[in-house]
Design a protein around this ligand. Structure first.
Ligand SMILES: [Zn+2]
Length: 350
């Protein structure tokens, strides 16, 4: 024990096979790559070296989710051509693989990279090509979730849903709605969700992060979400939490990000432990490796340190993270067959 907290073996948690289901492409760049891309493209960066840029990009002073989201303008400034998109996508898979991630679902709103003339289809092609390179190099399965953004017009969300449908089966596994939650209800984007639903595409939705359980209710009932991104404030609605648990709807937990955006006042106050004890299906996720300054291994370690998850508990979450993926079931089944003995071995290691 250190300072009253259990000592955590991070190398053991790194070895634990994990699936990461909630990770934003534009929030997960390497600082050194941002500087290299910026230099090649004559784009200004707010800090001149990788260490200072990493510190600048890690959000430690956000008052709310909107403050947190403001950092994304910096990453997007170097994500406006196919070579840059492919590079950051490949590197994310490499970094995740080194972190013990064996299945990675990366999300992004491609229209954000059309500021200098790329089409959304060109963004998709570069994004998927980069992830395929990473997958070939590491064996970590990487799939894409196309995002729409709450504060954008519904016509833009419909365009993103149509893009997701067009690329379904070629690496895209789901559609998501992200962005500032307060004042931008998911129900306003129902027409976009309907496009995805009619094409049998899986759906997740950021909800219950910056707005209360009513947002989760909309995501589930109006938008047809199969998973919930964050879901932190589900804790405020016992009936809805029971519904989520009974229906086995997976909740994509992002501990560090929730502390940063003040969705929860502190790690130890996060409801993830309560959710787990109730039997809710959970995954742990970084949300944004750059803005949160974390790896997935570190998220698992913080769950142990602050919320008293045992290694056995974390092994349950690791298994649930694979089971909850949107990657087609046959692929998931094959991955589960491969990783379950490894998860058991990490659990039983002394
Ligand atoms: Zn997110």
């Amino acid at each position: 024990m250190t300072g009253g907290r259990p000592a955590v073996d991070r190398e053991r948690l790194r070895r634990l096979p994990k699936a990461e289901l909630h990770c934003h492409l534009d929030g997960s760049l390497r600082p050194a790559t941002m500087l290299a891309l910026a230099a090649e493209r004559s784009v200004a960066m707010p800090r001149p070296d990788a260490e200072a840029l990493a510190a600048f990009m890690e959000v430690t002073d956000a008052k709310n989710l909107e403050d947190y989201l403001a950092r994304f303008a910096v990453t997007l400034s170097v994500m406006q051509d196919p070579a840059a998109i492919a590079r950051v996508a490949e590197e994310l898979v490499l970094d995740a693989a080194a972190d013990g991630v064996r299945l990675l679902e990366v999300r992004f709103a491609p229209f954000l990279s059309t500021q200098q003339g790329m089409t959304s289809d060109e963004v998709m092609a570069a994004w998927l090509a980069g992830m395929q390179r990473g997958e070939r190099a590491t064996g970590t399965v990487a799939r894409a979730i196309v995002c729409a953004l709450r504060h954008a017009p519904v016509s833009q969300s419909i365009a993103m849903a149509e893009l997701a449908v067009a690329w379904k089966g070629r690496g895209v596994v789901a559609f998501d709605l992200a962005g500032g939650e307060a004042g931008h209800p998911a129900s306003a984007h129902k027409a976009a969700f309907d496009v995805a639903r009619r094409a049998d595409l899986a759906i997740t939705c950021h909800a219950g992060e910056a707005w209360g359980p009513a947002s989760v209710r909309e995501a589930l009932l109006d938008c047809g979400a199969h998973r919930i991104g964050h879901g932190t404030r589900l804790i405020e609605d016992a009936s809805l939490l029971q519904y989520v648990n009974d229906r086995r709807i997976p909740v994509e937990v992002c501990l560090t990000s929730n502390v940063q955006t003040r969705a929860t006042p502190a790690f130890a106050a996060h409801p993830a432990r309560t959710f787990f004890k109730r039997g809710v299906v959970l995954s742990l996720n970084t949300d944004n490796r750059l803005m949160s300054g974390v790896t997935l291994t570190e998220e698992y370690a913080r769950a142990a340190e602050h919320l008293r998850f045992s290694v056995a508990d974390l092994c349950v979450i690791a298994r649930q993270s694979f089971e909850s993926a949107f990657t087609p079931w046959e692929e998931r089944r094959a991955l589960l067959d491969a990783v379950l003995p490894e998860i058991d071995a990490v659990r039983d290691a002394r």
